[in-house]
Design a protein around this ligand. Structure first.
Ligand code: GLN
Length: 465
């Protein structure tokens, strides 16, 4: 699909549509939707902003490309004055006191926020069932999960309720639901987009990124939200990616991890389709190398060890005193305990308990420090790979989306469904899902800071597969 942003921009400028009508139409669709993709509507704000865009157009003023473009926000981003619940009971009534940098940049560019989107609570999950707002339903088959944790964002884009959405990806949460709902989802190089105002899950891999229906829309939004931010010391400077820069692919060599496909866990169809895609790429004269990598269960256990440790620390502030719905008990300690045990979901508690365990004395050397050492080895492995290949191609998930309800019965199986996404998160690499190749898409990954090459290769794949 071509750029929706450019198309709508033209329609607004040529007065074919008004921004108010456009926003109202999208709000109506969102309100009526049966996919549980919505936590709260930002209708008053959206209609106010739309009216201002219409006045500008009526006065003959020029408008920017993103001005008047409706978008969605995963419900883990602060937008001043709006509810930011992280889909949790604990923060059900929490209102953001400030606005996240990435969202502020979009607001400054004139984009119009419509909705805070349903997701797994605090980003904990791969199905968007771990939420107080009801399991998000898959946009293609509503009996299946939407994927997670940015499930509401993926469904809103897939159904065209929003033109793009801002998700969050710690271990796959943009890429996996993008794959399950057949759209594009981009996780930038760690630090390219400021995390300020994103509720922290695992700070060392949390990334802010767009979901959209075209590569061009991903590029436009990525440029706007990127940049060093004094409020996030891990954020970095990056160059703008031009439209021309991502048209002609210069990729000569790609690689794929042999053990990702020669594995019992992969669905036969996903495997056959992935290998067929590889053949089509070879037929274009590109060299394809098989690469060695860590076994997927090592990747999953390393990721979950570190992610649980970080989330246990990050969520320790949510005790009903500074934040969250407080449940009073006999004394302060009891109040903390009851507040946290009643208000966190089972999945979140599992992670807090696991995280505190791996950080505790007697265990941290054996488990947490080992996890950190493995992460270094994973990064080294990637550095070596990118001396040999330009991009790495992988499936996004080992299998197709499960039925709603199934993942809740088996958390370990859910963790293993992240096998192909978490490694790239640990490496802090730029990586993207494209809705092609396998039933849950393909994942394109490049070396750190080479986000441009990911988009370039995505354009090449669009015409190749
Ligand atoms: N499914 C992974 C997890 O539960 C990734 C989630 C995410 O990226 N937020 O940790």
């Amino acid at each position: 699909m071509d750029s929706q942003i450019k198309k709508i921009h033209q329609q607004l400028v040529s007065k074919e549509i008004t921004c108010t009508a456009l926003v109202q139409e999208k709000l109506n669709l969102i309100k009526e939707n049966k996919y549980n993709s919505v936590n709260s509507l930002l209708d008053t704000l959206a209609l106010d902003l739309a009216a201002k865009v219409d006045v500008k157009i009526a006065n003959g003023e020029t408008i920017g490309l993103l001005e008047g473009i409706p978008f969605g926000i995963k419900d883990v981003y602060m937008v001043q004055g709006t509810y930011t619940t992280a889909s949790s009971e604990l923060l059900k009534n929490y209102k953001s006191p400030y606005t996240a940098t990435a969202i502020q940049k979009l607001l400054d560019a004139g984009a119009i926020p419509l909705v805070k989107e349903n997701c797994d609570s605090f980003g904990h999950g791969s199905s968007s069932e771990n939420t107080i707002f009801g399991a998000v339903k898959n946009a293609i088959n509503p009996e299946l999960v939407a994927g997670g944790s940015s499930g509401g964002s993926a469904v809103n884009v897939a159904k065209e309720y929003t033109v793009f959405s801002i998700g969050g990806d710690t271990g796959g949460s943009i890429r996996q639901p993008a794959g399950y709902n057949a759209i594009y989802g981009f996780k930038p190089t760690y630090g390219r987009v400021s995390r300020f105002g994103l509720m922290a899950y695992a700070s060392s891999t949390d990334c802010v990124g767009p979901l959209a229906k075209s590569i061009e829309d991903i590029r436009i939004v990525l440029n706007v939200i990127s940049g060093k931010d004094p409020k996030d010391q891990t954020s970095i400077n990056s160059n703008e990616i031009s439209e021309d820069a991502i048209t002609a692919s210069e990729v000569k060599t790609i690689g794929y991890f042999k053990n990702f496909v020669e594995n019992d866990a992969i669905d036969v169809q996903v495997k056959a389709d992935f290998l067929a895609a590889i053949e089509k790429i070879k037929a274009k004269g590109i060299t394809v190398k098989e690469l060695d990598f860590f076994k997927s269960d090592i990747l999953v256990s390393t990721y979950y060890t570190l992610a649980m440790a970080e989330t246990a620390s990050n969520l320790s502030r949510l005790d009903g005193t500074n934040y969250g719905n407080r449940i009073e008990a006999e004394n302060l300690i009891e109040t903390y305990a009851v507040t946290r045990s009643e208000n966190f979901s089972e999945e979140t508690k599992r992670r807090i308990v696991g995280g505190n365990q791996v950080l505790s004395q007697g265990f941290s050397d054996e488990i947490y420090l080992k996890g950190l050492a493995l992460r270094d080895q994973i990064s080294e492995n990637f550095s070596k790979d990118f001396e040999e290949v330009d991009v790495i191609l992988s499936p996004v998930t080992p299998s197709t989306p499960p039925k709603i309800g199934d993942s809740l019965k088996d958390p370990l199986a859910m963790y293993l469904s992240d096998a192909y996404t978490v490694g790239f998160s640990l490496g802090q690499l730029p990586t993207m899902t494209v809705p092609q190749g396998t039933p849950t898409g393909l994942q394109i990954t490049a070396a750190k800071n080479n986000d441009e090459l990911v988009l370039k290769f995505a354009n090449f794949l669009k015409d190749t597969i």
